[in-house]
Design a protein around this ligand. Structure first.
Ligand code: PXP
Length: 247
């Protein structure tokens, strides 16, 4: 039995802000949650500043930028405003995501094939100021190849189709193939969306995946067992999967 390389856990704290925004009050504070996540072993903090500001606010991002001691991964759409904010704040990593106002959460990967020029220009702007750039894409061969062509450092594979149907096999096979292809052409491979202690194992066990971004399940679980324990629970599930190499 061989152990796989350590896999980073970035915790997405958006839904702490969702609870706060339900009352437009000051608490719970996603920045305080980020501090607890780091204390519990998170390797990075992810926050999505959506155009409609439904959860994370501009002030949260400003405070995260000065408080996070691990890595701040800013998720944002490709708009001039967001790119300007990233250029000013200079988070260590930016993950570019598609965004539709009416969606409940990010529904599909970025259409890097259809919007190649816009993605390429955004990646160039971010890289010019030293930001590591990741593209949230579907587990699709053309999307992986174009991500490399446009100069991204990393891809984040959309695990939504797997999370919705973990037992059907197809989505997991697609993730494995896309991860292997991405790594073989020199991209760092991340993954995320809909992962929890119940389904993270098979994704965590994909050798090429270096980083998982997990939010909703951790924040939801933290209501019952506390944020630190919720982070540790996922961390343990990831470590078990990579130690056992059994999927
Ligand atoms: N990765 C990306 C690009 C996302 O948009 C999200 C959701 O905001 C996540 C990961 C985390 O997904 P979840 O909250 O379902 O764990």
């Amino acid at each position: 039995m061989t152990s796989l390389r350590y896999q980073r856990l970035y915790v997405n704290i958006d839904h702490v802000a969702t609870v706060r925004q339900a009352r437009r009050s000051a608490e719970p504070d996603p920045v305080a949650a980020a501090v607890l996540c780091e204390k519990a072993g998170a390797d990075g903090i992810t926050a999505h500043l959506r155009e409609d500001r439904r959860h994370i606010q501009d002030d949260d991002i400003q405070r995260l930028a000065t408080t996070v001691t691990t890595v701040l991964n800013l998720e944002c759409a490709i708009t001039d405003d967001m790119l300007r904010l990233a250029e000013t704040l200079r988070p260590a990593q930016v993950t570019l995501v598609p965004e539709r106002r009416e969606e409940i959460t990010t529904e599909g990967g970025l259409d890097v094939v259809g919007h190649r020029e816009a993605v390429q220009a955004a990646v160039a702007r971010l890289k010019a100021v030293g930001i590591r750039t990741s593209l949230f894409i579907d587990a699709d061969e053309a999307a992986v190849r174009v991500s490399k062509d446009v100069g991204a450092d990393a891809i984040e594979l959309h695990t939504g189709p797997y999370s919705h149907a973990p037992r059907t096999g197809g989505p997991l096979a697609a993730l494995k193939a896309a991860a292997a292809l991405g790594a073989s052409i020199g991209l760092a491979v991340h993954a995320g969306h809909g992962l929890s202690v119940h389904n993270v194992g098979p994704v965590a066990a994909i050798p090429e995946i270096e980083e998982l971004n997990i939010g909703h399940a951790i924040v939801g679980r933290s209501i019952f067992i506390g944020m630190e324990r919720a982070v540790q629970e996922i961390r343990e599930a990831m470590d078990d999967a990579r130690a056992a190499d059994r999927f």
